[in-house]
Design a protein around this ligand. Structure first.
Ligand SMILES: NC(=O)c1ccc[n+]([C@@H]2O[C@H](COP(=O)([O-])OP(=O)(O)OC[C@H]3O[C@@H](n4cnc5c(N)ncnc54)[C@H](OP(=O)(O)O)[C@@H]3O)[C@@H](O)[C@H]2O)c1
Length: 298
């Protein structure tokens, strides 16, 4: 996906990365990609899934001297990623999503190690199409405000820190799509919101961007976006088409009609012109991204 990566010299390899949140979806894929590129990787998670990793609960941060110091870059991935959970419990999730990762970033900044965080299009309210890196913050949910807070801490901590804002990672749609697929296969109707949009991005592309940020020591705010926005009704219709079932089973509705309050920005795509120019990155088109996710649903 990113041509510039392959030209890195051998001296840039054999670096040591710390992934805080190694058991997250992004963390698992990032570890595998970094390892394949000769990085040494240490992970942390709160359940110590791997015996060589460190146990780190962001809700109860221990003394950070337990963390390795021979690190080239620390990726901050762990957190409460459910918008509803952040909305329901803003103060506890603030500890996990803002205060603890900020403390880890400060610890590493004090020994000259930079932090890279993964942020979101939800730092914007979605009223502006194709928001640029310099667009003013306008979060409309707790999760978005927490990402803004951590972004601001990192960016003020050191000019070497990086914030990678990514749009919806397409693979996270899988649980919803599995339910829809089961219903459609049984000739049952599915309801899909037409007022909920996302800009699906392949996990592999998000990880390639993270690796590029790490290996080229890119700093500041970087956008990694899917190709275009699509609403969930459209996703359901494409799934029906993919499965060869009638589109009449797919019923469009709105969150208002369903009586639910959701964070539903109209525009979620991010402008990534600068990154595309520098790395020759081309996001996979939305139809191909969705087809790849459909193909992966059991
Ligand atoms: N997925 C997306 O579409 C998307 C879009 C934009 C930005 N991001 C950001 O990208 C990063 C990775 O996302 P993801 O989708 O890979 O996340 P994920 O799969 O939801 O994983 C979140 C991780 O955080 C861990 N965690 C939660 N509470 C914790 C705590 N108190 N202490 C330590 N670890 C804790 C979870 O551990 P357990 O497994 O133990 O629960 C899990 O491993 C996140 O920062 C997210 O905000 C994701």
């Amino acid at each position: 996906v990113i041509g510039a990566l392959s030209s890195l010299s051998d001296t840039q390899r054999h670096r040591h990365a710390l992934i805080v949140g190694a058991s997250s979806r992004v963390g698992i894929a990032l570890r595998s990609s970094l390892t394949a590129r000769s990085w040494r990787v240490t992970g942390t998670d709160r359940r110590q899934a791997s015996p060589t990793d460190l146990c780190l609960d962001l809700a109860h941060l221990p003394r950070l001297t337990c963390l390795p110091s021979d690190i080239d870059v620390v990726f901050l991935l762990a957190g409460v990623t459910s918008i509803a959970a952040c909305e329901a419990n803003p103060s506890d999730t603030d500890i996990i999503n803002v205060q603890a990762p900020a403390e880890i970033a400060r610890h590493y900044a004090s020994i000259g190690v930079r932090a890279v965080m993964v942020s979101t299009n939800l730092v914007f309210d979605g009223n502006v199409e194709n928001a640029s890196q310099t667009a003013p913050y306008a979060p409309s949910c707790v999760y978005g405000r927490q990402k803004v807070a951590l972004e601001q801490i990192l960016l003020s901590l050191s000019p070497q820190c990086a914030v990678l804002r990514v749009t919806k990672i397409a693979e996270t749609l899988a649980p919803l799509l599995m339910g829809w697929k089961a219903a459609l296969a049984n000739h049952q109707r599915v309801n899909a919101f037409q007022d909920l949009h996302c800009c699906p991005l392949r996990l592999a592309d998000a990880v390639a961007c993270l690796v590029a940020v790490a290996e080229t020591e890119l700093a500041g705010i970087v956008h990694c976006s899917g190709e275009r926005d699509v609403n969930y009704l459209n996703i359901a219709l494409r799934l029906a088409d993919y499965l060869g079932v009638t589109s009449e089973l797919v019923i469009g509705s709105t969150s208002h009609e369903a009586g639910v309050t959701i964070t539903a920005p109209r525009h979620t795509r991010l402008d990534m012109t600068g990154f595309c120019d520098r790395f020759g990155f081309m996001p996979l088109d939305t139809d191909a991204t969705l087809a790849a996710v459909f193909a992966g649903i059991p």
